[in-house]
Write a protein that binds this ligand. Structure first.
Ligand code: URP
Ligand code: ZN
Ligand code: ZN
Length: 462
């Protein structure tokens, strides 16, 4: 089966050219002109033809705070496809007392029968021991070369510095990558208890007890530990100027420090957590939303490549049934925001349509860099011959309004309710199959394949 995408402007991280794209079976066969006949033709006149998005930070069905993230692999990946994302890398969780392979098997069991799009997995490691360190090697063999460790959530996910350093030292030998949730969980917990004792229970106190200085401190510490272990490190969901400064300083002295940010930190602010009544709970995530002045710094980071990736940290909880668990205690509000469907359009609208980043940089941030850094390139993240035909035909002029009444994520609110964005995916293909076309979904649960990823390689290092 051959498909020809005709008359579009093809955008990769390297160039933007008027060209046709020929797909043969699951792969891109050629990009150029005069590519011959095909079984089906997609007209991309006045449209951009870009790689499918790769979101390397999602949490389908994550257990958190006595409940589970409301999207499973079926609903979440369907929503992702509507939004132009054709690959996710989700986080498998090592349960307490479990081996890493049990955690991985549990996640494969959830994901494989349901996922509409291709997916990889990272592992959240909660306990470090000699056995677990050895098992990290086995996980890399199974195509899971990245491990998220937490410096926050004492008693739930948090690891001490010795454990983090031991895990990092292991990756020096096995080629894995440590990803850090960088917030000083100990100090934050003291503040949380103090605020609750003072009767400060509203959602805004979630933000007030997690100051940006404590993200900066933990990010600096994470990078110092990586420097000592002589390994690369990746900071997840970076939200604050202090944390970005720590990344910049590390990079300036030669540490292979990398970081991602997420749309919520580029568009939403701490004031959202202070909305009337309990509405602020819709915006409770960690690290928390920051005062507006942090946003300009994050954009600067994206432009100058101190931030290499935009992911979503998609972790939705229903407002009515789940966020409500923290009605009398902000620390009991499940942490996380919905976003997997909105990333492509939000970054286009706020980044490219405003002139802050080029279309090529957009593709780099949303697809090519995540593919390279997380062992999926050149199969994913680009539109060159031989790559998987994961393609988005994008209408840059289309205006639409983001809303819970029209989105496909299984959650009862949108963080961007009523926000008009410019630019929308019109046709989305995965491995040559049309998944979404003009608002119609053609995917099937289980069509998405597990992607065994290769080990991390630092950009620019041979
Ligand atoms: O609030 C958040 N970010 N929830 C998801 C879990 C995590 O820390 O990434
Ligand atoms: Zn985290
Ligand atoms: Zn997360």
């Amino acid at each position: 089966m051959k498909t020809l995408i005709k008359n579009g402007t093809v955008v990769t991280s390297a160039e933007m050219v008027v060209a046709d794209v020929l797909i043969d079976g699951e792969r891109i066969a050629a990009v150029g002109s005069g590519l011959g006949d095909a079984d089906s033709v997609i007209d991309a006149t006045d449209r951009l033809v870009m790689p499918g998005g790769i979101d390397v930070h999602t949490h389908m069905e994550l257990p958190f705070g006595g409940t589970f993230a409301s999207d499973d692999f079926a609903t979440g990946t369907r929503a992702a496809a509507f939004g132009g994302t054709t690959t996710i890398v989700d986080f498998a969780v090592q349960g307490f007392g479990e081996t890493l392979s049990q955690g991985l098997d549990n996640w494969l069991e959830k994901a494989e029968p349901k996922s509409h799009i291709d997916f990889g997995l990272h592992l959240i490691v909660r306990e470090i021991s000699e056995g677990i360190l050895k098992e990290m090697d086995a996980m890399i063999e199974r195509g899971v070369p990245s491990f998220k460790l937490f410096m926050a959530y004492p008693g739930v996910f948090m690891l001490d510095d010795a454990s983090i350093f031991r895990a990092m030292s292991r990756t020096a030998d096995n080629g894995g990558l440590i990803m850090l949730h960088a917030e000083n969980g100990g100090a934050i917990d003291v503040l949380v208890q103090r605020y609750l004792a003072e009767g400060k229970t509203a959602p805004i106190n979630h933000g007030l007890t997690r100051p940006s200085s404590m993200e900066g401190e933990a990010t600096h510490r994470a990078i110092a530990l990586a420097e000592l272990a002589e390994v690369p490190v990746y900071i997840v969901h970076l939200s604050a100027k202090e944390a970005l400064d720590a990344v910049r300083e590390g990079r300036d002295r030669g540490v292979h420090a990398y970081a991602e940010t997420c749309p919520q930190y580029l568009y939403l602010t701490m004031e959202d957590m202070d909305r009337p009544g309990f509405e602020g709970a819709k915006y409770v995530c960690s690290p928390p939303l920051r005062p507006r002045e942090h946003q300009a710094e994050l954009w600067k980071g994206l432009v100058l490549d101190d931030l290499q990736v935009v992911s979503t940290d998609h972790c939705p909880f229903d407002f009515k049934d789940q966020k409500i668990l923290g009605a009398n205690d902000f620390s009991a509000i499940p942490n996380g925001l919905p976003g997997v469907e909105d990333r492509y359009s939000l970054l286009w609208d706020g980044g490219v349509a405003t002139g802050q980043i080029t279309p090529m940089r957009f593709v780099e941030l949303i697809a090519t860099a995540p593919a390279r850094m997380f062992g999926l390139h050149p199969k994913k993240g680009t539109l060159s011959p031989g790559a998987d035909a994961d393609v988005v035909v994008f209408d840059p002029a289309k205006r639409r309004v983001l809303s819970a009444s029209t989105h496909h994520m299984r959650v009862d609110y949108s963080c961007y309710e009523g926000r008009e964005v410019m630019g929308a995916p019109e046709v989305v293909l995965q491995r040559g199959r049309v998944l979404v076309e003009h608002g119609e979904f053609h995917g099937k649960p289980g069509d998405g394949k597990f992607l065994a990823r290769s080990a991390f390689s630092s950009p620019g290092v041979a």
